[in-house]
Design a binder for this molecule. Structure first.
Ligand code: GRF
Length: 237
């Protein structure tokens, strides 16, 4: 992953398996991709994604958060030192399980991006798939957003929606969402790295972004639903 003038040096921060990280690395393997992954940093030495990054030839770093319990600023100073050392201009959170302080977020304002497994502002926080099932929503998905001080808040860059299917388990729904995470995150990071994102009134505008021409309906309004006075109700089993 050799540097190329004009590519935005980007760090990916992870805590776990790193499948989104892997999707970003795969996208950035194309020299035409506007972000170069200059660093993968984990807050746990046992994060599975570290080995994937190393195998891809990407510099890795570990800043263990555990010794900094109760000292989030101290942890973030150590992270910031790694980011500066690797001359990073953009930071992508990919399953990074630490809440960042307002100071860190402010220092990276407009250059810090996250992926969250729900259609924000619905279901911020943890256990999003379980909560989507419990709420009975028919559409669920994921969101890539710039990070602001509130947890899972900030201008939205892109979202992908998937249907919730009868009989879904949280694991089945998570897998369906994850597949879309791997499509939407590389696209959104590319827009940011290429300087195509502008923020106005707290909302993100992406220059040249193309909206789909179709809606996603779930369940589909089949002819039976239109003709039968009391159609059978479809729903989770
Ligand atoms: C993803 O679902 C992501 O949306 C969330 O944490 C999970 C990380 O998965 N923030 P992975 O480590 O990228 O596989």
């Amino acid at each position: 992953m050799a540097g190329r003038p004009g590519r935005t040096r980007t760090a990916i921060l992870i805590s776990g398996r790193g499948s989104n990280m892997a999707a970003l690395l795969a996208a950035a393997a194309d020299p035409a991709y506007p972000a170069e992954i200059a660093l993968v940093l984990a807050n746990r030495a046992d994060a599975g994604g570290l080995a994937l990054a190393a195998a891809a030839g990407v510099p890795t770093a570990v800043v263990e958060s555990r010794p900094f319990r109760g000292d989030r600023e101290g942890f973030e100073r150590a992270v910031q030192a790694e980011l500066l050392h690797h001359d990073v201009a953009l930071v992508a959170l990919a399953g990074f399980m630490r809440v960042l302080t307002p100071g860190f977020v402010a220092a990276w304002e407009g250059r810090l991006v996250n992926i969250h497994p729900s259609l924000l502002p619905a279901f911020p926080g943890l256990d999003t798939h379980e909560r989507a099932l419990a709420a009975g929503v028919r559409l669920h998905g994921c969101t890539v957003h710039l990070v602001s001080a509130g947890v899972d808040e900030g201008p939205i860059l892109a979202q992908a929606a998937v249907p919730v299917l009868p009989g879904d388990t949280a694991a089945a729904l998570a897998a369906r969402v994850l597949e879309q995470e791997h499509r939407v995150y590389p696209a959104a990071l590319a827009w940011l790295a290429a300087g195509r994102v502008r923020i106005a009134a707290g909302r993100a505008m992406v220059a040249g972004a193309v909206a789909p021409g179709t809606a996603l309906l779930n369940p589909l309004p089949g002819p039976l639903a239109l003709l039968t006075p009391t159609p059978r109700v479809a729903g989770p089993e």
